[in-house]
Design a protein around this ligand. Structure first.
Ligand code: AMP
Ligand code: GLY
Length: 437
């Protein structure tokens, strides 16, 4: 299919702010005829030339059938779960074009022990770690090493499987929770690792399995409370480009982390096409170390990064899916900075209620922001909350201060009962001047 004909149809799997941002960005391209989101949300339902298809994200057969009948040129998979379950393997068997790794490649996120092994073999800098398959030896290790230590359930645990234990008692409790089945089979193996300090950075890189190129570096806010306190969440805000990642540091990340990771995947005969997301700690000595790899776009980082992207996104995604990334000209970015403030339902990441009416989105967008929707649902003429993270309000400015102020000005125009957001997103970069990108 030629891309110049304005006839490209893309299907996106997922229903978060990340998927809304991907759909919005794709639709800026004149080549895009239609975007279909499975299942999508209240935001994607409202985009021009975008529609929601009410299938489950693990209904691979249904997704393939739709894609074949409707001539879908590309399927972009947002979340890790369908990737780990083999959606890409299935769709490729149907001769569909997919952005997202196969289930073998997705192990880089779905098994922390597997990822650790790959890093150790490839000589990628990361926290020292050991893997345990029974509680007694894990507890003995903790008692002999002392705290702090990080205890991780091996498998996917919806962001809840990691405990940064500052005492031996906390570490022991985390080990018991894993082996007692709190995370199901994900906790049958436990990775115990050295506790790193420093600033965390998210490097989302696109790859076709041969070539790998980083997008703008981002930082996200994982904790629910201001000052990075309280429980871990999916992410309460983000900004890009992260100034801590200088060009020299990015060059090191490329040569010490991204390229060795791709080489190690190739050595294992894994055809990895999609995003390789490296969650890094920039340690006090300035060295980058991998905390984790993810096999997908980060959320909310993607909501902050995509508004700055100049190169048409479908070209990047297709180049990866078709193994032609090397031939793609350098990825171009708009100058300036971007900030995303996530608005959540009160109680998130624990129990929260749904169904509150959301108002003020048009006014927020009139204030110069993009409001990406996550946990929302459209009912007749009303937009209702339908999840923990509800909206991601993103603004772009010449400088961080401007982007952040504009994002918060837009947040202030939005209302729903029990809305909660952090008021300190971007504080640490507020005074950084404009960035050339
Ligand atoms: P993960 O699910 O591996 O991203 O871990 C969740 C969060 O736990 C990370 O974003 C870090 O804040 C923290 N974390 C994970 N591993 C380590 C480590 N080795 N040292 C310090 N903090 C860590
Ligand atoms: N923002 C963290 C993640 O996407 O995993």
């Amino acid at each position: 299919m030629r891309l110049s004909e304005g006839n490209v149809r893309v299907l996106i799997v997922g229903n978060g702010g990340r998927e809304h941002a991907l759909a919005w960005k794709l639709l800026q391209s004149p080549q895009m005829q239609q975007v279909v989101c499975v299942p999508g949300n209240g935001g994607t339902a409202n985009l021009d030339r975008c529609s929601n298809l009410p299938l489950s994200i693990d209904d691979f057969e249904g997704i393939a059938r739709f894609a074949l009948v409707h001539n879908i040129a590309l399927i972009v998979v947002g979340p890790e779960l369908p990737l780990a379950l083999g959606i890409t393997d299935y769709l490729k068997q149907q001769h569909l074009t997919v952005f997202g790794p196969t289930c073998e490649g997705a192990q880089i996120e779905s098994s922390k022990a597997w990822a650790k092994d790959l890093m150790q073999q490839a000589g990628i800098p990361t926290a020292k770690a050991d893997v345990f398959t029974d509680a007694e030896s894990a507890k003995a290790y903790v008692r002999s090493h002392g705290a702090p230590l990080v205890i991780k359930a091996d498998g996917l645990a919806a962001g809840k499987g990691v405990t940064v234990a500052s005492t031996i008692d906390q570490a022991v409790a985390a080990i018991e929770a894993c082996f007692e089945g709190q995370f199901g089979a994900a906790g049958d193996r436990v990775v115990i690792e050295e506790c790193l300090t420093g600033q965390e950075v998210s490097i989302l890189a696109v790859t076709d399995g041969l070539t790998i190129r980083p997008l703008l570096p981002a930082q996200d806010y994982k904790r629910i409370g201001e000052g990075d306190t309280g429980e871990n969440t999916g992410g309460m805000g983000a900004y890009a480009p992260a100034p801590i990642v200088t060009p020299a540091l990015m060059a090191r990340i490329q040569s010490e982390i991204l390229e060795p990771a791709i080489a190690a995947l190739q050595e294992r005969h894994i055809d990895y096409r999609g995003v390789l997301y490296a969650g890094l700690m920039i340690t006090p000595t300035g060295d980058p170390k991998v905390i984790e790899f993810n096999c997908r776009f980060g959320d909310p980082e993607t909501q902050a990064i995509l508004p700055l992207l100049e190169t048409p996104i479908e070209k990047i995604l297709l180049a990866c899916a078709q193994r032609k990334l090397e031939a793609l000209p350098e990825i171009e970015w708009k100058p300036g900075a971007s900030a995303c403030v996530v608005i959540a339902s009160e109680g998130y990441p624990d129990r929260f209620t749904k169904g509150a009416e959301i108002t003020g989105i048009e006014q927020a967008e009139a204030a110069g922001a993009n409001v990406f929707q996550a946990g929302t649902q459209r009912k007749q003429d009303m937009l209702l909350t339908d999840g923990g993270r509800v909206l991601g309000v993103t603004a772009v400015g010449g400088e961080f201060g401007q982007a952040i102020d504009q994002a918060y000005a837009a947040v202030n125009r939005i209302q729903f009962e029990g809305m909660y957001y952090r008021k300190d997103i971007g504080d640490r970069v507020r005074t950084v001047g404009s960035t050339p990108n």
